[in-house]
Design a protein around this ligand. Structure first.
Ligand code: BG6
Length: 480
């Protein structure tokens, strides 16, 4: 219904990527080794290995990725052809501070992002920048143990200050930590490592490590918000959470309460980043579990004075939980262990449950809780694509997925009053999957000719979805 349609003319249509998943050039122009550089290629259902440094004979897909570092001028031109208004990427921390604890930044790294942002701006594309997207300098893991160490706050804020200063006239939208709440699945090695550079040692409690790292990160995020606003009061600095609404598996009251607890646990990071304080349940939970965390009164003041300006989030799927008798009385929740299949939803080949209406639900839930402008900074379908002999790619399944999600997003704006800044589908050009390290799990509008078996020309081809998304942007979301 066009009467109730209400995306405004400044709506930020675009696409999203992360430095380590597409740049490649892992050891070029002074870049240090990052945590992404020590992760091997996995497969569907096969975890990536984390090696002790970069080892001979291992396959590290992020080292070359799609070589965006050298090929970006052509890629940005293709984004411009689709009509992008913005482009979300991250700054590789390890290009700016190769080890993480140096006094002075690496000029060559800073220069690369100057050139990249200038290229975007030339086409009227606003860069939207994540400071930390699964890519801290590996040296900080080796020497300081990652975010289990309070010193990380200083290293991170120094990095933030340097890039805020440098790009203050080129970048307006920032996010501090990508999917900061992924690490609620702390019993998966991948999550604690990619979020926080932490590898739990024997005898360490990964749950406690998650709460400690999360505390230091939310403090660092609040400090970054303050520093950023001092440098440029027009900066919009957001949180970035992985939004997976968790539904009760049934209308049984215990299931409903279980889902409530699961949501509390998944979203406490955003509670702290937005509200500037710990939620009551969490204070109690941490006391009851005797975590004995390093949280100072000064930290709590910092949290209060650095709330984020907007809420960035990714949305791919929903999940469901069921309670069991052993949940009494705490109804604690361990991510992934208790997810049950939702009989009403189909799933991707990687088992991600497809739930467009869940996006509208999520936007409402987030708005009721946080009352902030929202920015959907990731959404998309990871799928196997076929490059045909005539160099076309018919990805109707991707168009269907995105169309249904955009519909729901537009309903949330038109009927639920959500203040939505923009929409940047994930992996607008094919890139290395974070979860599996695969190239074959593709999200892009642009196909990159490289696969898991080792074939690679790195040539770019437009998929059917490229032309479709161009039309969506041109019509400001009316022509789906
Ligand atoms: C999010 C991340 O988890 O989802 C991205 O922010 C990631 O880095 C994306 O690539 C899709 O996940 P995957 O595992 O399919 O690459």
């Amino acid at each position: 219904n066009s009467k109730t349609f209400s995306l405004n003319d400044h709506f930020l249509w675009g696409g999203a990527v992360a430095a380590h998943q597409l740049e490649g050039a892992w050891n070029v122009d002074g870049k240090g080794i990052s945590i992404a550089d020590v992760m091997t290629q996995g497969a569907n259902g096969v975890e990536r290995k984390i090696t002790d440094g970069v080892l001979d004979g291992e396959n590290y897909p992020n080292h070359e990725a799609i070589d965006f570092y050298h090929l970006y001028p052509e890629d940005i031109k293709l984004f411009a052809e689709m009509g992008f208004k913005c482009f979300r990427t991250s700054i590789a921390w390890s290009r700016i501070f190769p080890q993480g604890d140096e006094d002075l930044p690496n000029e060559a790294g800073l220069k690369f992002y100057d050139d990249l942002f200038d290229t975007c701006l030339k086409y009227g594309i606003k860069p939207v920048i994540t400071l930390s997207h699964f890519e801290m300098p590996y040296h900080l893991v080796q020497v300081y143990g990652g975010w289990r160490n309070r010193k990380m706050i200083g290293f991170f804020t120094k990095f933030a200050r340097v890039v805020f200063e440098r790009y203050k006239d080129k970048v307006e939208y920032w996010m501090t930590f990508n999917e900061i709440n992924n690490q609620t699945s702390y019993d998966m090695t991948f999550s604690l490592f990619t979020n926080s550079g932490i590898l739990a040692k024997t005898g360490e409690d990964p749950e406690k490590l998650m709460y400690q790292a999360g505390h230091y990160e939310t403090v660092a995020s609040a400090l970054a918000v303050q520093i950023g606003h001092q440098i440029n009061p027009n900066f919009k600095i957001g949180a970035m959470i992985a939004m997976i609404p968790i539904y009760p598996a049934s209308s049984k009251p215990a299931d409903i309460f279980k889902a409530e607890k699961a949501m509390q646990i998944r979203y406490w990071f955003a509670d702290v980043q937005v509200n500037g304080r710990y939620p009551d349940w969490l204070v109690k939970y941490q006391q009851n579990h005797h975590f004995d965390l390093d949280i100072t009164l000064a930290d709590l003041d910092v949290l209060k004075s650095g709330p984020v300006d907007y809420l960035g989030f990714s949305y791919y799927m929903s999940a469901s939980v069921a309670a069991s008798e052993s949940d009494e009385p705490e109804y604690g929740y361990k991510e992934n262990h208790k997810f049950v299949k939702n009989p009403y939803l189909a799933a991707s080949d990687w088992g991600w449950q497809i739930d467009p209406q869940g996006l509208r639900y999520a936007m409402n839930w987030l708005n009721d809780r946080y009352h902030l402008p929202q920015f959907i900074v990731e959404n998309g379908l990871g799928a196997i694509d076929q490059l045909e002999d005539d160099q076309t790619i018919h990805d109707a399944y991707r168009i269907d997925y995105l169309r249904e999600h955009i519909r729901q997003m537009e309903l949330a704006v038109a009927y639920d009053g959500i203040n939505l800044i923009g929409y940047t589908p994930w992996g607008c050009i094919d890139l290395v999957s974070a979860g599996t390290g695969q190239m074959d799990k593709r999200y892009g509008f642009i196909y990159v000719d490289k696969n898991d078996a080792g074939h690679s020309t790195l040539k770019r081809y437009k998929k059917d979805s490229f032309y479709w998304y161009k039309k969506v942007i041109q019509s400001n979301g009316r022509d789906l």
